[in-house]
Write a protein that binds this ligand. Structure first.
Ligand code: RTP
Ligand code: MG
Length: 156
């Protein structure tokens, strides 16, 4: 049961470059609000390689890391802090599995199924735990700047 703001949780969502380029932003934002999330803060940012390498540091030894950095710096991204009860798990459920090609079969209504293309170009990011959410929100919204801001919250 929710009353007031107790029990609310925040997560970090990113509409990745293919999501912005592909004109999926409105569709994704509709899904965000229809699913009960509030957008607390948002900004469009052009990430640089250093920020992506640091943001996805857990994957630095993976074979896809270089390609991931190239993808995430290929154009601007939309960063959003989303809030609701159980925001972290609910946003992960809404976006669906990592591989958009598989998502189209197993989770056809998920955002990645509708907007993504494959195991890399999957259109959106979601924090994978409350701890990750805290780290990622402060990474992009509280500390040093991590890329050039293209549009700020009040301009969106
Ligand atoms: P994300 O962190 O972006 O929300 O995605 P995720 O948790 O579902 O997946 P994760 O394992 O954290 O991977 C991060 C991102 O790396 C790219 N990737 N490419 N080519 C590949 O096999 C591969 N695997 C992952 C995707 O863009 C993935 O979202
Ligand atoms: Mg992840």
């Amino acid at each position: 049961a929710s009353n007031g703001t107790s029990g609310k949780e925040k997560t970090l969502a990113i509409i990745k470059p293919d999501g912005l380029f592909g004109n999926h932003t409105d569709k994704i934002k509709n899904a965000v609000s229809e699913s009960g999330f509030t957008i607390c803060e948002e900004k469009i940012v052009q990430l640089d390689e250093e920020s992506v390498m640091s943001f996805y540091a857990e994957h630095s030894s993976k074979s896809f890391f270089g390609s991931l950095v190239k993808y995430m710096t290929s154009g601007p991204v939309l960063l959003m802090i989303l809030e609701k009860e159980n925001a972290v798990a609910d946003w992960r459920a809404l976006i669906g599995p990592t591989d958009a090609r598989k998502a189209k079969i197993t989770h056809p209504h998920s955002i990645r199924a509708l907007c993504g293309q494959n195991s890399e170009k999957n259109c959106v990011h979601g924090s994978d735990s409350p701890q990750s959410a805290q780290r990622e929100i402060s990474f992009f919204f509280e500390e040093k700047s991590s890329g050039s801001v293209v549009q700020k919250h009040d301009e969106l």
